[in-house]
Design a protein around this ligand. Structure first.
Ligand SMILES: NC(=O)c1ccc[n+]([C@@H]2O[C@H](COP(=O)([O-])OP(=O)(O)OC[C@H]3O[C@@H](n4cnc5c(N)ncnc54)[C@H](O)[C@@H]3O)[C@@H](O)[C@H]2O)c1
Length: 355
């Protein structure tokens, strides 16, 4: 039985990957997660007790712990998703982003390299370090064009700069030391089990509470949305079939302005959970924009489509409807997170740099 070490498996995308591994494959999964504020073990229903699942609460910056995990589990691959992931938080407190995303990735690469060097073929040749990254490393697009795998890096936020840094480390460990790697850069994800601070769950949850729906600036920033289960399928495919040393862009061809996203959620909720009076659109409030807010992201996913045969299953409409229904049917999941003391207050206006 092969073993995959998944970092950040209690987060939004990592938990989707683990749910698929456990439901659809024979793979043994080791979930390496520090369990930060962003983690939720209830995103992995049925995992605990499954003989093919093991949770290891550990920090990827802890070199000793990482070496121990490689020694104990002898994985055939690493899928590295652990990260600080919220752009607004990175503006107020960049230090944690540099620590986890850059130093943590470096630490994990060193542990992987030491382990990989000790492997013998065929295990050595088959090993993969898969780094999961974002399209935000490419910066912002104008009205035209798409990010490809050869787009120049031009990150604009502390978050995207830290992810760009980690991408470069992964590339260098391949070029310099020969570590077998694959990289993926994906557009904005949405779907079930998404932490309530991110745009789509935030708008759903605040709408249900009858609270104002904050839209940054004019809401005209464009994002290319992908349903999280489609992303997880793409990641598993790249791990299986991606070429050593290559990177793949992943996106769903679903460009929407932020305001369109918010309005679509409002209209769907008017249908599925009507407000006592008025429409949910009445709650929309325009607030000051995020500093350095990228204007447009759009992915050219033709390489992964052509070379690996991946295509998303969900359209934005079908995926969003599923997501909204999930938040309506699984209130205990997000209410538990809210009850932990997570406070959905506005952050990221740049008032507290340097922490
Ligand atoms: N969410 C998106 O739209 C998106 C898009 C493209 C790429 N990505 C990338 O995908 C990955 C996963 O994103 P996500 O949205 O699931 O993030 P998330 O914030 O939901 O989850 C991150 C997980 O990593 C864990 N973690 C954080 N610091 C850690 C540390 N030092 N050691 C061990 N575990 C730690 C957290 O506890 C959490 O469970 C990230 O690398 C992110 O950059 C995300």
């Amino acid at each position: 039985m092969r073993t995959v070490l998944v970092t950040g498996g209690a987060g939004f995308i990592g938990s989707a990957v683990i749910r698929q591994f456990l439901a659809e494959t024979e793979t043994m999964v080791v979930n390496v997660d520090k369990l930060t504020y962003a983690a939720s073990l209830s995103s992995l229903p049925g995992a605990e007790g499954n003989p093919r699942y093991k949770l290891e609460q550990a920090d990827i910056c802890d070199a000793t712990a990482m070496a121990r995990l490689f020694g104990t589990y002898q994985p055939s691959a690493v899928m590295h998703l652990a990260a600080e992931s919220h752009v607004d938080r990175s503006i107020d407190g960049p230090a944690q982003f540099i620590q986890t995303n850059v130093v943590g990735t470096f630490t994990l690469l060193q542990a992987s390299l030491a382990y990989w060097k000790g492997l013998e073929d065929p295990y050595r040749g088959a090993f993969r370090f898969h780094h999961i990254s974002t399209d935000e490393v490419f910066g912002t697009l104008g009205a035209q064009g798409f990010f490809t795998e050869t787009s120049p890096y031009a990150p604009n936020s502390p978050y995207s700069a830290s992810k760009a840094g980690s991408d470069h480390l992964v590339r260098a460990w391949h070029e310099t030391y020969g570590l077998p790697v694959v990289l993926t850069n994906c557009s904005n994800n949405y779907g079930p089990y998404h932490f309530p601070e991110k745009l789509i769950p935030l708008v759903i949850i605040r709408s249900l509470a009858g609270e104002t729906l904050p839209v940054y600036g004019k809401g005209d920033q464009i994002r290319d949305w992908l349903f999280v289960e489609d992303h997880a399928r793409a990641l598993r495919l790249v791990l299986e079939k991606g070429k050593n040393g290559q990177s793949y862009n992943i996106g769903g061809h679903n460009e929407r302005t932020n305001l369109e996203v918010v309005e679509t959620i409002c209209d769907t909720l008017d249908r599925l959970a009507p407000a006592a009076s008025g429409t949910h659109r009445d709650l929309i409030t325009f607030v000051s924009d995020r500093p350095g807010h990228d204007k447009r992201y759009a992915i050219d996913a033709s390489k992964i489509e052509r070379e690996l045969g991946w295509k998303p299953v969900e359209t934005f409409e079908s995926g969003l409807e599923k997501t909204i229904r999930w938040y309506l049917d699984n209130r205990e999941w997000w209410q538990e997170i809210l009850s932990r003391g997570y406070e959905a207050k506005r952050v990221g206006l740049g008032g507290a740099q340097g922490r």
